[in-house]
Design a protein around this ligand. Structure first.
Ligand SMILES: Nc1nc2c(ncn2[C@@H]2O[C@H](COP(=O)(O)OP(=O)(O)OP(=O)(O)O)[C@@H](O)[C@H]2O)c(=O)[nH]1
Ligand SMILES: [Mg+2]
Length: 568
């Protein structure tokens, strides 16, 4: 879709600034600070490095409510210990061994949840419940409770294999012995204590027995096998992507398979716990397990095993339909405020937005959308509200949407991102920290300040930064939103009508450059602050999102042939 706006742009769009001189002068203060960024290379790097340090500190301080990257350790629960006991009954002085086995440890599962939007509530250490110990009269220990770790949709989970990986049970054990500087004999004693349960006062006796050494060798073989299996498993580190392609309901359907449906009443149904990441350790053996023809009253039992230990890296890539990409101060947050009910912080300094914000655009039958009103800077709005409250009035009402008679016909989400600057790919500014959230957007829109020194240069930088982050990412950009068009027309200080012509030619130049360099992208001049020409933006964005959704559902239908599920 290609539109030519420069000539058709209504005259009223330019020149709205005369309504608010104060804000305009603040914007100009900012323009100056931005120029220092583009000036001399070394100066820019120095400034950017200082700013990055400050922003990172600020982001850590203020962003408790949003977390998109986290490293957690996960551990399956430890199995319960086996029990050494002998059956006691009247007239039966030497009853058989009756110690129960230990219960297995609880496992840890990961499940996506639509209720969550941030990784903030996710624990950094997740441990499955421990299995219960076995008891006399052949009572086995209860199984440890499973833990289901819930993460938001859009989370990518990777197993960490580098130096950040937590030690597994065997490595941790050896390290603790190294720390205590134990001799070989002392280590052997400690290892035995860790693995065996003895009948009271029979430890020395047990250790001296030949069949104990056989049992110990058997246990050592089992342990080596478990360790080899774990090393094998590590060859393919865990990778789970709960992106929008992930169909969780299919897991549920799989669980409700035909066998499940035909299961006799009263038997427990399988519950969808999500994806297993760390299984719990097996329980230890009770003393009946060690019964041999040579030893009819074994006075040993084995202890439970540790569960699997993993270190996982969680990365939340928000799934918004449209992502806004622009330099700091281009007006992205103002645009989000104008299009949705979300109220991100708006201010005339760079890097006001430190974490991605998502809002929902609700489009009505008559082309209206939910949002709007004049978007002042947040501090000004707060001050105005304080004054109104002190006068006994209610907070400044947002401009009501004109007609609510029509019903909603379309809805899509839009993400406002922190500002991107030249050199973000070398981790200048906020670096790439937030780009992960636009990676998955169906469509991207560049937001530039039409009143700025060089919107063309900004666009070029934005495109390069996107490409440096991920080759081909810039092809997702569907339109250029040329914001702050109101600042270009005639205003009180300079009521000259020629300014309109100048504004039009600036826009034509931008359009020509975009079409030559980016292809047939729509260039739409708007004023986010004063809600001018936003209906056009919503219309175009709805069209891109709709197109992409339809393409995706068609693709999904082709990929999975329909299998009738009688239980549906
Ligand atoms: N005149 C005018 N000012 C605008 C318009 N849109 C935004 N502004 C002003 O531009 C400044 C920056 O706006 P923001 O929405 O915070 O910009 P941003 O792109 O979110 O900035 P960062 O969060 O720092 O990346 C504020 O002072 C806004 O009031 C507009 O259409 N017209
Ligand atoms: Mg912002």
């Amino acid at each position: 879709m290609l539109i030519s706006c420069s000539n058709s742009i209504p005259r009223y769009l330019f020149g709205l600034v005369s309504r608010n001189h104060a804000i305009r002068s603040i914007s100009h203060v900012h323009q100056e600070s931005k120029v220092t960024l583009i000036d001399g290379d070394s100066e820019r790097t120095l400034q950017a490095a200082k700013r990055k340090k400050r922003i990172e500190w600020k982001r850590r301080r203020h962003s408790d409510s949003f977390l998109d990257h986290l490293i957690i350790t996960v551990r399956g629960g430890r199995g319960g210990d086996g029990c050494v006991a002998f059956h006691r009954e009247k007239f039966k002085p030497f009853g058989p061994p009756s110690g129960g086995n230990g219960g297995s440890g609880g496992s840890v599962y990961i499940m996506p949840s639509t209720q969550l939007t941030s990784l903030t509530g996710v624990s950094k250490r997740v441990i499955g419940g421990a299995g219960g110990h076995g008891q006399g009269t052949w009572q086995h220990g209860r199984a440890g409770s499973d833990v289901i770790l819930k993460v938001p949709y859009g989370t990518v989970i990777r197993e960490v294999m580098d130096s950040r990986r937590a030690k597994d049970a065997w490595e941790a054990e050896e390290e603790s012995y190294d720390d205590q500087n134990l001799t070989v004999e002392e280590r052997r004693i400690k290892r035995r204590q860790r693995r065996w349960v003895h009948y009271p006062e029979y430890e020395d006796d047990n250790i001296a027995r030949e069949d104990f050494r056989d049992a110990e060798a058997k246990l050592a073989i089992e342990e080596r096998q478990r360790r080899a299996e774990e090393l094998d498993r590590r060859q393919t580190p865990i990778f789970i992507d709960f992106g929008d392609q992930y169909d969780f309901t299919s897991d549920e359907k799989r669980l409700k398979s035909i066998e499940e449906a035909n299961k006799p009443l009263g038997l427990p149904r399988s519950k969808n716990r999500g994806i297993l990441v760390a299984s719990g350790g097996a329980g230890g053996h009770g003393n009946p397990y060690f019964l041999t023809p040579m030893n009819r009253s074994p006075k040993i039992a084995s202890r439970g095993h540790d569960g699997i230990r993993l270190t996982l890296e969680l990365e939340l890539k928000l799934i918004a339909d449209v992502g806004l990409v622009g330099f700091p101060n281009a007006g992205k947050s103002t645009l989000l405020s104008a299009l949705t009910k979300r109220r991100p912080e708006v201010a005339a300094y760079a890097f006001t937005t430190l974490s991605p914000q998502i809002g929902t655009v609700r489009v009505f039958e008559n082309g209206e959308f939910d949002g709007g009103g004049i978007i002042e800077e947040s501090w000004l709005e707060r001050e105005q509200n304080l004054v109104r409250l002190s006068e006994g009035l209610e907070e400044t009402p947002r401009q009501p949407r004109p007609s609510r008679q029509t019903h909603e016909v379309f809805r899509f989400t839009i993400a406002d991102n922190p500002g991107l600057i030249g050199g973000a790919s070398e981790n200048i500014g906020l670096g790439h920290d937030f780009l992960r959230s636009i990676e998955r957007a169906r469509a991207l829109a560049y937001v530039v300040d039409l009143n700025g020194d060089s919107p063309i240069k900004e666009l070029d930088t934005l495109r390069n930064e996107l490409e440096n982050y991920q080759v081909g990412l810039s092809s997702k950009c569907k339109m250029v939103i040329a914001n702050k068009a109101d600042l270009l027309g005639p205003h009180l200080e300079d009521p000259d009508d020629r300014r309109i012509e100048e504004a039009r030619s600036k826009l034509s130049l931008l359009e020509a450059w975009v079409h030559e360099n980016f292809g047939p992208l729509d260039v739409v001049p708007v004023s986010a602050k004063y809600n001018q020409n936003l209906r056009r933006v919503v219309k175009l964005l709805s069209a891109y999102v709709d197109e992409s959704r339809q393409a995706q559902s068609k693709h999904a239908q082709e990929a999975s042939p329909t299998v009738p599920h009688f239980y549906l």
